[in-house]
Design a protein around this ligand. Structure first.
Ligand SMILES: *Cc1c(COP(=O)(O)O)cnc(C)c1O
Length: 366
């Protein structure tokens, strides 16, 4: 049997005709930039995120970049974030000229450890950027408490966590802004790159819209230096086809996760820990296993897809070496990077496939 980490073709087969019709509609209209599909998607994403406003952008990365630029975060500023995340989180902070300050993670949830944030605050700190990793939101109450105390902006990197909740509150709705990605491997994935920013702050919303289009308002008059961060209407059209299926797909991921949890209980496999305050959307199902390197080889030999998110924490990446971090500075992130392993959890997995993954892992450990 073959079990890929993700099977986009399986999902596409169920909505192919609708996607083709939606893409064709955009092509026939020749509204190739902006237009009604983008506006409709913005309205719907704002709604499902319990936010007043949403701004479609070119990617999850550009959602973060535009947020930082629109908040005037730049040279001389510090932004507190986690090193155990996708590169874009800290890449964007550096691109605007600010400095990422890495704080270690909670080893159970892999999200930023809120108890370590306050001691990282300096008079240069402008923002905290928690990442809701693998589909589970960070512990937001203590994060917001520090932010309020020091008057900091909170940018939620919710790229992996659309519709995920913390104490019943939606990802992206607690901080100043929330950033989503429609990269094809995310729970709501486009047919290419795309992203969205959500906020309840009307003034910030207006700025985000201007910055998305080079900072131009009125046209050809530039009060700010923005960029081309626009969401492609073909992506918006495809995402509007997928959106009504999102909850069903997320439920299937959650059922797959529960199935694994049950079968791995009492074994050497450390299953994901979900905070009682959170509902995870399981963008990834990440375990810790002994002898991970050999386990990866074993899974590959048995045609099972797996991936390491993330093998090198950001504070130890070459491109951030001038920040001065060294091995041992953020031990929980470094330990997680050596032990984690993501297994297939996509909605279309069958019980047979899950059983094969479980048997293959347990037989190796036996
Ligand atoms: C995917 C992802 C991003 C970037 O999104 P893109 O759409 O690929 O640019 C940023 N942060 C995190 C945590 C992500 O998982």
């Amino acid at each position: 049997m073959e079990v890929p980490l993700l099977d986009l073709k399986a999902q596409y087969a169920t909505i192919k005709d609708e996607i083709l019709a939606a893409v064709s509609e955009v092509l026939e209209s020749q509204r190739c930039i902006g237009g009604p599909k983008v506006a409709e998607l913005e309205e719907k994403i704002a709604q499902i995120s319990d936010c007043k406003f949403a701004v479609g952008v070119s990617s999850g990365t550009d959602a973060i970049l535009n947020s930082l630029m629109s908040l005037d975060i730049g040279a001389g500023d510090e932004v507190i974030t986690t090193p155990f995340t996708f590169f874009a989180t800290a890449g964007c902070i550096t691109r605007v000229g600010a400095k990422p300050i890495f704080v270690d993670i909670d080893p159970k949830t892999y999200n930023i450890n809120p108890t370590l944030i306050e001691s990282a605050v300096t008079d240069k700190t402008r923002a905290i950027m928690p990442v809701h990793l693998f589909g589970q939101m960070a512990d937001m109450d203590p994060i917001m408490k520090v932010a309020d105390k020091y008057n900091l902006t909170v940018i939620e990197d919710a790229a992996q966590s659309i519709t995920s909740t913390y104490k019943g509150r939606k990802a992206g709705s607690i901080g100043t802004v929330g950033c989503f990605s429609f990269f094809p491997s995310k729970n709501l994935g486009g047919i290419g790159d795309g992203g969205m920013i959500v906020t309840n702050d009307e003034q910030l919303y207006n700025r985000l819209v201007i910055m998305r289009d080079h900072g131009s308002k009125p046209k050809y008059h530039y009060k700010y230096i923005g960029g081309n961060f626009r969401l492609d209407p073909i992506q918006a059209a495809a995402l509007l086809v997928k959106l009504p299926h999102l909850n069903k797909w997320t439920e299937a991921r959650r059922r797959n996760a529960a199935y694994y949890d049950k079968k791995f209980a009492g074994t050497a496999v450390q299953t994901p820990y979900i905070n009682a305050d959170c509902v995870s959307i399981y963008n990834q199902y990440v375990i810790r296993v002994p002898r991970r390197h050999e386990m990866v080889t074993h899974l590959q030999e048995n045609n099972i897809g797996c991936e390491i998110y993330y093998p090198v924490p950001l504070h130890l990446q070459n491109c951030f070496s001038d920040l001065g971090y060294k091995q041992g500075d953020l031990p929980e992130s470094e330990k997680a990077a050596k032990e984690v392993l993501a297994l297939p959890v996509f909605p279309e997995l069958t019980d047979e496939m899950k059983d094969y993954v479980i048997e293959t892992i347990l037989s190796f450990l036996a």
